[in-house]
Design a protein around this ligand. Structure first.
Ligand code: NI
Length: 195
């Protein structure tokens, strides 16, 4: 999910990360854009919680910060895997970093209607109705199961990223009129070679 306001500090490393001299440079992935089949395909569960997964999550955080996002799902880097990362502080607070492996929404409450965007649909936003409170059950990078209740932007990110893992994008929640308008604009951009 894209941030509400692009942050200029987003590419700075999280506190502590730059202190390790042997730390590998994370790989910054290109973000898959709307039109790629992987974005509209249901993902496969994460099964191996190993060093490779830990590196992948680090790279996903780095790629998300580089794009000033608050959430990034594996299909957005071309991987059909039930995995997403979220940080609603866009790297300002390392404790806000969340790995969601095999997440499920287990409870929702209330409503919120706010503008939402997606790194895979750069330049497009829309008002999306989401629950105000969302509880997820997911596994962390080590495979440990946890539950977390989010409110507001975090609740929205839980829904947005879980949708990605089902092959759904936020435009599916807009009116057909608005969705078709966005699709037409993207078709034009693609013809012009700008997408
Ligand atoms: Ni998104």
């Amino acid at each position: 999910m894209s941030s509400e306001q692009p942050s200029k500090e987003a590419s700075a490393p999280a506190p502590g990360e730059s202190a390790k001299p042997e730390a590998r440079q994370p790989h910054i992935y290109a973000i898959t854009k709307y039109g790629a089949a992987v974005l509209e395909t249901k993902t496969k569960p994460v099964e191996k919680f190993d060093e490779k997964l830990a590196r992948l999550c680090e790279d996903m955080f780095a790629s998300m910060y580089a794009a000033s996002g608050v959430g990034l799902a594996a299909p957005q880097i071309g991987l059909s895997l039930r995995l997403a990362v979220i940080d609603v502080t866009v790297g300002k607070n390392s404790e806000a970093r969340l790995v969601l492996a095999n997440p499920q929404i287990i409870h929702t409450e209330g409503d919120q209607r706010e503008e939402e965007g997606c790194l895979s649909l750069p330049g497009f936003r829309g008002n999306v109705l989401r629950p105000r409170y969302v509880t997820i059950r997911a596994q962390d990078v080590t495979g440990k199961t946890y539950e977390m209740k989010g409110e507001g932007l975090l609740a929205r990110a839980f829904c947005h990223e879980t949708d990605h893992l089902e092959g759904l994008l936020f435009i599916q929640h807009l009116s057909m009129l608005r969705r078709d308008l966005i699709r037409r604009k993207i078709r034009k951009l693609r013809k012009a070679g700008d997408w």
